[in-house]
Ligand binder design. Structure first.
Ligand code: NAP
Length: 280
């Protein structure tokens, strides 16, 4: 069994991006990411801080818009439009969740698709589904990069994803299909889930339930990717997979923390640099 070291892989990717940013800067292009956060969700603050740190390390400028929870939909949309119009900004990210009462879908749809580094705008979602060049949602993209870097074959393999959210499960279906896997997706209404997961050569858990995937749900020698980020009773970060037991059966497995999480941020940085390069 080999542990897929997302932390190390993400470090390598950030190193490569740093060189690309140095070159862009020599050509007078300074990549810049604008992040909007509405309200004071604690987990979001940590994610935004980590994104800001990654930008710093790579040489991407970072502009933060912290809006209070009374921000109206109109104000949010106006802010996004003003950032769309700024030539010096290459990426716009709206941190979710935003307060109830605001329409996040309208907000995502307003972000110019050429600056939509999260890949949530329907134009990017559509482009991904027909295999066109686009911004791919960062977590699924990170999962694919991990498989590629560890030379894990996808073509002809049976991939099973647990979770069908717009930000992880659904775009990952497309990503794996584009890599010629045979993809099955499970969700909360799926019956006999174990019968399905135990056929997977590649099993991705993205449901947000601590230690949901147990060893009896996993095929011997499978690759197991744990997207979940949950806190257990002791406040410790745990994934959706029972790492200790499942790692005895898997051929490759990602840890939590240090797996998909750092890759998500690395792929966000990748998308900002991609956007800046496209404006050369
Ligand atoms: P989400 O929007 O809550 O979606 C969860 C999905 O899991 C839904 O499709 C749901 O099915 C399905 N599900 C829930 N309970 C299930 C069950 N018992 N059996 C089968 N399927 C079940 O979550 P998300 O935003 O995709 O995030 C999922 C997890 O990944 C969370 O722990 C989140 O923190 C983590 N995450 C990590 C990263 C990272 O960078 N590592 C990034 C994003 C998210 P229905 O559609 O039927 O409700």
């Amino acid at each position: 069994m080999e542990i897929i070291d997302g932390k190390e892989l993400a470090r390598e990717i950030r190193g490569e991006l740093k060189k690309e940013v140095e070159n862009l800067r020599k050509n007078g292009i300074i990549p810049k990411l604008a992040v909007i956060m509405v309200g004071d969700d604690k987990a979001s603050s940590v994610y935004v801080r980590n994104k800001s740190k990654a930008c710093d390390e790579i040489g991407i400028e970072f502009e933060e818009y912290l809006k209070d929870e009374n921000t109206t939909q109109e104000e949010l949309i106006e802010l996004i439009k003003s950032l769309n119009n700024r030539k010096d900004i290459h990426g716009i990210l709206l941190q979710s969740p935003i307060p109830k009462g605001l329409d996040i879908r309208e907000a995502f749809n307003t972000i110019d698709y050429t600056k939509d580094v999260d890949g949530f705008n329907p134009i990017n979602v559509g482009k991904l589904s027909i295999g066109e060049d686009c911004f791919i949602s960062c977590t699924p993209h990170g999962v694919i990069k991990m498989l590629e870097k560890y030379n894990i074959q996808t073509e002809g393999k049976r991939a099973v994803i647990i979770g069908r959210s717009n930000i992880v499960g659904k775009p990952l279906i497309q990503c794996l299909l584009n890599k010629n896997a045979t993809v099955t997706v499970c969700h909360s209404k799926t019956q006999n889930i174990k019968d399905i997961t135990s056929q997977a050569d590649i099993l991705v858990a993205a449901l947000g339930k601590p230690k949901f995937v147990t060893a009896d749900m996993v095929k011997e020698g499978a690759t197991v990717i744990d997207v979940g980020i949950n806190r257990n009773e002791d406040g410790k970060l745990v994934g959706d997979v029972d790492f200790e037991e499942v790692s005895k059966k898997a051929s490759y497995i990602t840890p939590v923390p240090g797996g998909v999480g750092p890759m998500t941020i690395a792929m966000l940085m990748h998308n900002v640099v991609k956007s800046a390069k496209s404006l050369k």
